[in-house]
Design a binder for this molecule. Structure first.
Ligand SMILES: NC(=O)c1ccc[n+]([C@@H]2O[C@H](COP(=O)([O-])OP(=O)(O)OC[C@H]3O[C@@H](n4cnc5c(N)ncnc54)[C@H](OP(=O)(O)O)[C@@H]3O)[C@@H](O)[C@H]2O)c1
Length: 299
């Protein structure tokens, strides 16, 4: 039977391209739905007209998930900590395949799980592992896709694409995996259609990306595409850690998260070790150069 999928967080930055990808492949699915806050259903009117169902309800209630076997969580920073409750509700509603809000780094490696930015994702993974042990038929897929390419060269990472200045916490030789946002969406949709290769395992990890390069090479590509030289300086990541701690002590959890994330990009933390799973998918993901060309190249 074709899978029936419900998406939590469909209006967010990953959610919007994901729903576009679902629409492009809708014939391969039994049902595709968005789970929406009842007060906000109107914003999904357009995709509803194109064949996506809208379920109005809470992601913490089992009945929201009834009739769906796959749940995709695109919880953003503010709601990540609620994912264990979402998993409970999804299981109670009958769902048996959960794709948690990951789509980034390999948070299990090298003590990365201690990074504040990943705290709620780590708790979610622990919860999934525990529930997979005691819930027959329950399984989950972790999609690791590195950094969204479009987000790398941004002010958040100290890159000013208009003034051509880069002040980044980290090191030129740090490697990172990057994936264009539309390709993240394609990998998520494609993952649901992949056969579950090892039925004895309840967890599956997919390591996918569009490119792997150093931070210096990425800035070099940007220079090349824009035809300008950047004023580049590297800042000590310890300074970002200090700012993170100051934010934490002041009870500013948004600032704490932001500073924790600032030091990820050019420190090797967005590098995905191990073999790639790109070959399992029937499309070729965009390289970093192709994405930067699309964003900044001469039209
Ligand atoms: N690796 C990378 O570079 C990268 C980049 C981007 C994202 N990501 C990852 O992708 C995942 C999704 O991030 P995002 O940027 O798409 O997040 P986002 O833009 O903040 O979107 C979060 C979504 O959750 C929804 N939501 C919040 N509370 C809800 C509720 N009570 N009921 C239903 N929906 C609710 C939001 O809807 P409202 O608008 O109603 O609040 C929104 O649609 C995260 O794990 C993030 O870390 C990774």
């Amino acid at each position: 039977m074709p899978p029936s999928v419900i998406v939590v967080g469909a209006s967010g930055s990953v959610g919007r391209p994901l729903m576009a990808e679902f629409l492009a492949q809708i014939s391969k699915f039994g049902r595709v739905a968005v789970l929406s806050d009842p007060a906000k259903v109107a914003r999904f009117a357009k995709i509803q007209g194109q064949g996506i169902e809208i379920v109005a309800g809470s992601f913490l209630e089992g009945k929201s998930y009834e009739g769906f076997n796959v749940v995709i969580s695109l919880a953003g920073n503010a709601t990540l900590k609620l994912q264990p409750g979402m998993i409970e509700a999804a299981i109670a509603g009958g769902a048996r395949h959960f794709i948690p809000s990951e789509f980034g780094a390999d948070i299990a490696r090298d003590g990365m799980w201690k990074n504040r930015y990943f705290r709620d994702k780590v708790v979610t993974r622990d919860h999934l592992r525990a529930r997979a042990r005691d819930t027959p038929g329950f399984r989950y897929t972790l999609i690791l896709s590195g950094v969204v390419t479009e987000y790398t060269v941004s002010e958040f990472n100290g890159v000013d694409v208009e003034k051509h200045v880069a002040r980044t916490y980290g090191y030129p030789e740090a490697r990172l995996h990057v994936t264009a946002m539309n390709d993240v969406a394609k990998f998520i949709v494609g993952s649901i259609l992949l056969p579950w290769e090892d039925p004895t395992q309840s967890m599956r990890e997919l390591r996918v990306s569009g490119d792997c390069l150093t931070w210096e090479a990425l800035v070099g590509l940007l220079e090349n595409v824009q035809g300008v030289k950047y004023d580049v300086k590297y800042l000590d990541p310890a300074l970002a850690a200090e700012k993170q701690e100051t934010a934490r002590a002041a009870g500013d959890s948004e600032g704490e998260l932001m500073w924790a994330a600032t030091a990820l990009m050019a420190n090797g933390l967005a590098f995905l070790p191990g073999p790639s799973d790109n070959h399992l998918f029937a499309f070729k993901a965009e390289s970093a150069k192709e994405t930067l060309d699309r964003m900044f190249g001469q039209k």
